[in-house]
Ligand binder design. Structure first.
Ligand code: MRU
Length: 369
């Protein structure tokens, strides 16, 4: 996807220095477009934890490159394998909800374990991280193709623009390219289907206002920012044709963890017969969890994300306190939407029911022990 007309990915290996991984620093979008260099595993862990990069698929790919840097660092250690194990633990501990993180680290560990020498491990680690990145691009493009058919069928039935509500940012900035929830929208736009997006601001970090709106501006997709409490009202008035959101982890029963507030949108959609879809790559499936509502770990983040709000003041990005100094806050990063409220899962292999049977029909290998 594009920034200022130029096609970009969210993460890449520096052309002149293969030990330098570069990402856009998403903490300052849309006001400042800055790069962040990752040359050490501590920086990879920092980038994920502090949300320089965020979004489940991009978290996974960043961790994959972190493991590659871990191999470079391990080679200098007395006990390289013990060092690499510690790097895996450090990266795994950064954010608990997005399962793409542990999935990508596991993939890297498997690849590296097949080679004896540390020079060989470094080479295979870079190759596998590049592959995981490319796979994510292909997967997101395919999610878009399947989701496009859902948008097309709504467009065929109605005269005029298809209004789609989305929560948080599950666009290309959360992945490498295309996005998950936004990929069908970009593909609909290319097909000439008129779409308009309701963008939930997504407090506390405002990924909708800061990132989704930024993407849509740069792709020229018509959109309107709404505060987090407006969606239900729009649905009651027939102003939303469908909802598409992303997910950080989907359990085998079809329960979906996504950014806090997703559940309330699903309830409102259910009450108003608005189709509610979740777009996901198979790397976000966790079939080891039988009941998502009960068992998906939910990240709790610092209270200052709720107490303060960040924006542009006099040309500078600043934070302002929005409550009394004495007031404490609770900041759950995610919630779980039970499968019963989900119309369908949009995956790289097609659209399926949010249930064990539905997931098994498309991804039988995920159920092999
Ligand atoms: O806290 P974030 O910004 O990492 O949360 C992101 C989301 O909740 C996304 O919807 C999810 O990761 C899916 S991204 C394709």
């Amino acid at each position: 996807m594009k920034i200022n007309g130029k096609h970009q990915h969210t993460i890449w290996v520096n052309e002149a220095d293969s030990g330098k991984i570069q990402v856009f620093d998403q903490r300052y979008f849309p006001h400042r477009i800055e790069l962040f260099d990752i040359t050490h595993t501590d920086q990879a862990a920092f980038a994920i934890k502090e949300m320089v990069v965020r979004g489940a698929p991009l978290i996974g790919v960043t961790a994959a490159y972190g493991m590659y840097l871990g191999c470079i660092e391990a080679k200098q250690q007395d006990n390289p394998q013990a060092y690499l194990d510690l790097v895996a633990d450090k990266l795994n501990a950064t954010r608990p909800t997005a399962v793409n993180l542990s999935w990508a680290i596991g993939e890297m560990q498997r690849s590296v374990s097949q080679i004896e020498s540390w020079d060989g491990k470094i080479d295979i680690a870079l190759k596998r991280a590049n592959e995981i990145k490319q796979e994510d691009i292909n997967i997101c493009e395919n999610i878009g193709k399947h989701g496009l058919e859902l948008i097309r069928s709504i467009a065929d039935k109605k005269d005029g623009t298809v209004n789609i509500l989305t929560h948080c940012n599950a666009g290309w900035l959360a992945t490498i390219d295309w996005g998950t929830a936004l990929s069908p929208i970009y593909q609909a736009q290319r097909e000439g289907i008129p779409v308009h997006i309701w963008v939930d601001e997504t407090r506390p970090r405002n990924q909708g206002a800061n990132l989704t709106a930024f993407e849509l501006v740069h792709q020229n997709v018509p959109h309107t920012l709404i505060n987090d409490n407006t969606g239900g009202h729009l649905m009651q008035r027939g102003m939303v044709d469908m909802v598409i959101v992303g997910t950080d982890r989907t359990a085998r029963n079809g329960d979906v963890a996504n950014k806090i507030g997703t559940y309330l949108k699903a309830l409102a959609a259910h009450d108003n017969d608005v189709p509610f879809y979740v777009a996901l790559p198979s790397s976000s499936l966790d079939c080891s969890i039988e009941n998502g509502l009960r068992d998906i770990p939910i990240e709790t983040r610092g209270q200052n994300e709720v107490r303060y709000i960040q924006g542009k003041v006099d040309g500078e990005v600043k934070s302002v306190l929005i409550c009394p100094e004495e007031t404490s806050a609770l900041n759950y990063g995610f919630d779980v939407t039970p499968a019963k409220y989900i119309t369908g899962l949009i995956t790289e292999r097609g659209v399926t029911e949010a249930s064990e049977n539905g997931i098994r029909s498309l991804f039988p290998e995920k159920f092999e022990i």
